[in-house]
Design a protein around this ligand. Structure first.
Ligand SMILES: Nc1nc2c(c(=O)[nH]1)N[C@H]1C(S)=C(S)[C@@H](COP(=O)(O)OP(=O)(O)OC[C@H]3O[C@@H](n4cnc5c(N)ncnc54)[C@H](O)[C@@H]3O)O[C@H]1N2
Ligand code: MOO
Length: 391
């Protein structure tokens, strides 16, 4: 059994490089940038009014001003502003030459059809200067960024309509176990419905990789070998659930070895998730996760997700927050560190949720995150601050 940190280091050291491709901007949400994005323009591209009002010279704001033209957004000025002159200007319009401030329209009165007067003593400049946000040639987005809606805005701003992004790992998912039936069927007798395959496919899709749910493989050497061989041929990463502990029908590690997979670990000191297994083939990586659904979920979050992001060139950093415990929490020393699901009861307060162990998947539906408690045992007092990793 190796520590979780050792397992993490091993998977991160064994990523596959998949290369990059370009995608249309509208299909780039959630993809990882494969190269930095540089701006082709200054932003704003011209001195721009921040307010609706009148562009004029600060020296003249106490005088009656003659309005020499009107500047709706998108219309370039034709006149230079001279002494005691102004141009009526809208937010976002180009500030005319000669003007060094914009007075706000609600602080002015019309004196005649062509003149106005400012009613305040002072004004802010109210001009966004050319290039104050972005300069032409600036790196606006870094390689490795996961494209979010605000990144899409920046890509649009700099005219990057075909961003170069990392290719998405293809992940084939096999749910092993002769007790399994698919969710559309009624589970009778000693059968249960397959939830892991569906959950893992959703976890893979949610983080922007390509999931293929390859269905159920029964606990039979031949059937498992065929399913694993097919999954390995068609995917970059194969994820199995079940069949990795000590039972007579836990056949997965042996079949992986027979398929040319070198197993780098088969047991991790973490609860839930001890029998988590990882192996490498020539052009494929294989995770065999424990069948218990919470173990499957948690090991995906803790090990597989950072690994898949790393394959795409993104250094995944889970979000952590500090919060106070609503009640005492005492864990006995154990051979494995423990993941304890928690929920927030107030923005800065958490409590452990009722949790019966690694099969209790519905407990996760009310969890907001988890505490990682070391194997030496953890003892927390009510109101003590704990480090919460968010889902
Ligand atoms: N003698 C030992 N027994 C067990 C050990 C051990 O060290 N020695 N480890 C225990 C731990 S810890 C775990 S975790 C489980 C993991 O076992 P497997 O990965 O071999 O998983 P299975 O035995 O196939 O299944 C466990 C459990 O999960 C249910 N399951 C399996 N697949 C699915 C699925 N796709 N959807 C929903 N539920 C699934 C399965 O029916 C079992 O109830 O082993 C312990 N035993
Ligand atoms: O490690 Mo298992 O996942 O405890 O139940």
């Amino acid at each position: 059994m190796i520590t979780f940190d050792e397992a993490y280091a091993i998977v991160m050291d064994n990523c596959l490089a998949l290369g990059s491709e370009t995608v249309p901007l509208e299909q780039s949400l959630g993809r990882v940038l494969a190269e930095p994005v540089l701006s082709d323009i200054d932003m704003p591209p011209f001195n721009k009014s921040a307010m609706d009002g009148y562009a004029c010279r600060r020296a003249d704001i106490r005088n009656e001003l003659t309005v020499v033209e009107e500047l709706p957004a998108g219309v370039a000025p034709t006149k230079t502003i001279g002494a005691n002159e102004c141009a009526k200007i809208m937010t976002g319009s180009m500030v005319p030459q000669g003007a060094d401030c914009v007075i706000m329209v609600e602080d002015t009165v019309e004196v005649s059809a062509t003149t106005i007067r400012y009613t305040e003593e002072e004004t802010k400049t109210n001009i966004c200067t050319r290039g104050e946000d972005i300069r032409a040639g600036d790196e606006v987005l870094a390689k490795g960024a996961v494209i979010q809606p605000q990144h899409i805005a920046v890509l649009a701003t700099v005219g990057c309509t075909q961003p170069r992004v990392a290719k998405q790992p293809r992940v084939g998912i096999i749910s092993t176990g002769s007790e399994l039936v698919e969710p559309s069927e009624k589970a009778t007798g000693a059968k249960i419905r397959n939830s892991n395959g569906w959950q893992l496919a959703a976890q893979v899709e949610q983080m922007g990789c390509l999931a293929t749910n390859m269905g159920i493989a029964v606990d039979d050497e031949e059937a498992l070998a065929a399913a694993i061989g097919k999954a390995m041929a068609e995917n970059d990463v194969v994820m199995l659930s079940g069949g990795v502990s000590m039972g007579d029908y836990d056949l997965v590690p042996g079949i992986l070895k027979n398929n040319g997979i070198e197993l780098l670990f088969t047991s991790v000191a973490i609860k839930p998730g001890r029998p988590s297994t990882f192996g490498v083939g020539e052009q494929v990586r294989v995770f065999a996760l424990p069948g218990n659904p919470v173990a499957t979920y948690m090991q995906f979050e803790a090990l597989v997700k950072p690994f898949l992001f790393n394959m795409m060139g993104h250094a995944f950093r889970p979000r952590h927050v500090c919060a106070k415990l609503n009640r005492d929490l005492r864990l006995k020393p154990a051979k494995r560190s423990a993941i304890i699901p928690i929920r927030f009861t107030a923005p800065d307060r958490v409590e452990p949720i009722e949790y019966h162990g690694s099969a209790h998947i519905n407990a996760l539906c009310s969890a907001d995150g988890f505490l990682l408690c070391p194997s030496e045992g953890s003892s927390f007092k009510q109101d003590e601050e704990v480090d919460v990793r968010l889902f």
